[in-house]
Ligand binder design. Structure first.
Ligand code: IPE
Ligand code: IPE
Ligand code: MG
Length: 233
C-alpha cells in the first residue's frame, strides 16, 4: 500500500510516451519550448519516484525519428535541453546509482549530443540502480531495420533478431503509459511491446505527478496478463 493508492504488483520495465508538453504551454499562451522545460522537471521527478518505488527499468520516449518534422528551433531546443540535463544531472544519477542507457539511432544525432549520451552511459554503466533508457532519435521501425542490418546473413528467428535490437538485455516493457490522452504508440517499442499493458493518462506530461505514476502502476497491478494462454481457475 502506497499512501491511498494500492499497488499490488510492480512492472519490472515501464515505458512512458511523455506527451502534451506543447499543449501545456499553448494553454498558457506560452511558447511550446516552455512546455519542454516544464516537461524536463516532470521527467526528473518521475525518474526519482519510479526508482524509489523499485522499478528496475524506465524507458522515456523523449524524441522520435518523426519529431525531426517539427520546426528546427523546437528540435534544437529539445536536443540542447537533453544535453544540458545529461551534463548537469550526472551527479544525481550517481547518487541514486541510476544507469543511463540509450535507445535509438545515435549516429543520426548531432555529434555533441551523441557523445554526451555515450559519456553518461559509460559513466553509469556499473550502477546497479534503476536503468533509465532514453529513447532519443528512436523509432520502433527504425530499430527493427537497424536490427535486421546487424543480423546480416544470420539465421532469422525471433531470438536472433531480438538479440540485435538496441538494448537486448533490457526485458520487454510490462507497462506502457502515454500521457495527454492520445491512444496511439507513435512508433514506440514496436517489437518489445508485443505483450505490454497500455495505460492512457489524460494529464499532460508537465502536469504529471507521482500520484499519476502510482495510479498507472496500480492499474497495471490488477491486469490479468495471459500472454495468449488460457488461465483456468
Ligand atoms: C511531448 O510533447 C514531447 C515530445 C514529443 C518531444 P509534445 O511536444 O508532443 O506536446 P504536444 O503533443 O504538442 O502537446
Ligand atoms: C510521441 O509523441 C513521441 C514522443 C513522445 C517522443 P508525438 O507528439 O511526437 O506523437 P504524435 O505526433 O502525436 O503521434
Ligand atoms: Mg505530442
Amino acid at each position: 500500500m502506497e499512501g491511498s493508492i494500492d499497488i499490488k504488483r510492480l512492472p519490472v520495465h515501464m515505458g512512458i510516451i511523455l506527451d502534451g508538453n506543447g499543449r501545456w504551454a499553448q494553454r498558457r499562451g506560452r511558447p511550446r519550448t516552455d512546455g519542454h522545460l516544464e516537461g524536463l522537471k516532470t521527467a526528473r521527478k518521475i525518474v526519482e519516484a519510479a526508482s524509489r518505488l523499485g522499478l528496475r527499468y524506465l524507458t522515456l520516449y523523449v524524441f522520435s525519428t518523426e519529431n525531426w518534422k517539427r520546426a528546427e528551433s523546437e528540435v534544437s531546443f529539445i536536443l540542447a535541453l537533453v544535453k544540458r540535463h545529461l551534463v548537469a544531472e550526472l551527479d544525481h544519477y550517481r547518487k541514486d546509482r541510476l544507469r543511463v542507457r540509450h535507445a535509438g539511432d545515435l549516429a543520426g544525432l548531432p555529434a555533441d549530443i551523441a557523445s554526451e549520451i555515450e559519456r553518461a552511459c559509460e559513466e553509469t554503466k556499473g550502477f546497479d540502480g534503476m536503468q533509465v533508457v532514453l529513447a532519443l532519435n528512436y523509432g520502433g521501425r527504425d530499430e527493427i531495420v537497424r536490427a535486421v542490418r546487424r543480423l546480416g546473413d544470420g539465421l532469422v528467428s525471433e531470438a536472433a533478431l531480438g538479440a540485435c535490437l538496441d538494448n537486448p538485455d533490457v526485458p520487454d516493457p510490462d507497462l506502457i503509459v502515454r500521457t495527454a490522452g492520445e491512444f496511439r504508440t507513435s512508433n514506440f517499442l514496436l517489437w518489445e511491446a508485443a505483450y505490454a499493458e497500455y495505460y492512457i493518462s489524460d494529464a499532460l506530461w508537465p502536469d504529471w505527478t507521482e500520484d499519476d505514476l502510482k495510479k498507472a502502476i496500480a492499474a497495471y497491478g490488477v491486469r490479468e496478463r495471459r500472454f495468449g494462454a488460457v488461465h483456468n481457475e
